[in-house]
Design a protein around this ligand. Structure first.
Ligand code: GLU
Length: 426
């Protein structure tokens, strides 16, 4: 497996998610000898919609936010990807996240293209009723863009199953009948899938364990640090702890805690429920989010936001394995530094594909109107993800690539093959 020599000096850091996504695609295209025409097609999102989202505040005043929905590629199937509520989310970030969705769906070989949406809102500043009006208006604005055969939104940062229910209802009201397959990650009572809530975390665990197995490390001998305590990081800490890993550090947006002998995720959850944050959890050392990335541990799992490992801190990462549960947590240049230092990086488009894989199961169940047990969901998830891991690992070995290069090779390759097979319209 490749340890990248730094024979080409590092240029200035491209630290935006879009620049990272493009650099990764360009590198894969060069390595695999991708036809220039297809490469050019894949560098550009298929379509992007910018919408104004006006809604009424509880006090009767009007507020307006900008929303986006990007379809990066729909060659292998309907566009698929989450919806993010974050004050900093803009078109470029959404384009990057949509492109990663295209490769992610192709790496695990599910029949979807890639999409992402966002509203530049800080949900903390709004009541639930305001968020509902805003979500329903956003859904109305993107209505012609979405549908079970077109584009299927799902939860992402700061969006949850209730928000998916509002989108499903808004769409269904417009159609005049119930359309569960228009979103995934919705409540089970309206056609959600069992196991969807924990699917991304479960997938990350499968990918970490597959990595440990290949690296000859036992589950119970490794220490893990997790940045992020949202939908992915919180449940992941519990899963890994229950499986016997020593979880030494956990953080949320406010900050984190470190304990060499291992933390108790359940006690941390209890503290967070009472105090509103992990910060202040007794019996462990307080650390910042930056310090968490640099703690002494075997496996580092960034499970929060993009571009947290950059050229500024890549030299100080002490983990032997970095498992990217977040989308795009390592910049292109930082990735090269980690590789050169012999740190084994397992890329986002493989590691966090569990969420969209169970979204696929949800969509299939909705279309068939026939629902699976939680064990069926988890077993099928494991099969798909372990197969994808083996394919990426074997290609990395065979072609002397990094895991990221191999994952992109497979993902980009499948999308390119679909383009070439369908031909160029007209
Ligand atoms: N937001 C998740 C992701 O980034 C899930 C997307 C989906 O299920 O469509 O992979």
């Amino acid at each position: 497996m490749k340890i990248q020599p730094l024979e080409v000096p590092l240029g200035p850091e491209r630290d935006s998610a879009w620049e990272t996504a493009l650099a990764q695609l360009d590198e894969a295209a060069e390595l695999m000898g991708l036809a220039p025409g297809v490469h050019e097609i894949l560098r550009t999102p298929k379509r992007a919609l910018i919408v104004s989202v006006p809604f009424r505040m509880d006090d009767g005043s009007t507020r307006v936010y900008e929303g986006t929905r990007v379809h990066h590629n729909v060659t292998r199937g309907p566009a698929k990807g989450g919806l993010r509520f974050h004050p900093m989310v803009g078109l470029d970030e959404t384009k990057a996240l949509a492109m990663w969705m295209t490769w992610k769906c192709a790496v695990v070989d599910i029949p979807f293209g890639g999409a992402k949406g966002g509203v530049a809102v800080d949900p903390k500043n709004h009541s639930r009723a305001e968020l509902e009006r805003m979500t329903r208006r956003y859904a109305s604005e993107i209505l012609p863009f979405i549908g079970p055969e077109r584009d299927i939104p799902a939860p992402d940062m700061n969006t949850d199953e209730e928000i998916m229910a509002w989108i499903m209802d808004t769409y269904s009201q417009n159609q005049g009948y119930s359309v569960p397959g228009v979103v995934t990650g919705k409540p089970v009572s309206i056609g959600g899938s069992k196991g969807r809530g924990g699917a991304t975390s479960r997938g990350v665990m499968y990918m970490l364990f597959a990595t440990l197995k290949r690296r000859g490390l036992g589950i119970e001998e490794v220490s893990v640090a997790i940045q992020g305590h949202g939908k992915v990081g919180g449940f992941l800490a519990q899963l890994l702890h229950d499986a016997g890993c020593r979880v030494v550090a956990i953080s949320d947006v406010e900050g984190g805690v470190y304990k060499e002998r291992g933390l108790d995720p359940e006690a941390i959850n209890r503290h967070k429920r009472e105090a509103g944050s992990i910060v202040g959890y007794p019996g462990a050392d307080p650390i910042t989010n930056e310090e968490l990335l640099e703690v002494d541990c075997d496996c580092l799992i960034p499970a929060a936001i993009e571009s947290v490992i950059t050229v500024k801190n890549a030299d100080r990462i002490r983990a032997r394995v970095v498992c990217e549960a977040a989308n795009g947590p390592v910049t292109f240049e930082a990735d090269r530094i980690l590789q050169e230092r012999g740190i084994f990086v397992v890329p986002d488009i493989l590691v966090n594909a569990g969420g969209v894989t169970v979204s696929y199961f949800e969509w299939v169940q909705d279309i068939q109107a026939y629902f699976w047990t939680e064990d069926e969901v988890n077993d099928r998830l494991r099969l798909i993800m372990e197969k994808a891991f083996d394919e990426v690992y074997e290609l990395a070995l065979a072609k002397d690539l990094t895991m990221r290069q191999a994952a992109h090779w497979i993902g980009v390759g499948r999308v390119a093959e679909a383009h070439l097979t369908r031909g160029l319209f007209p």
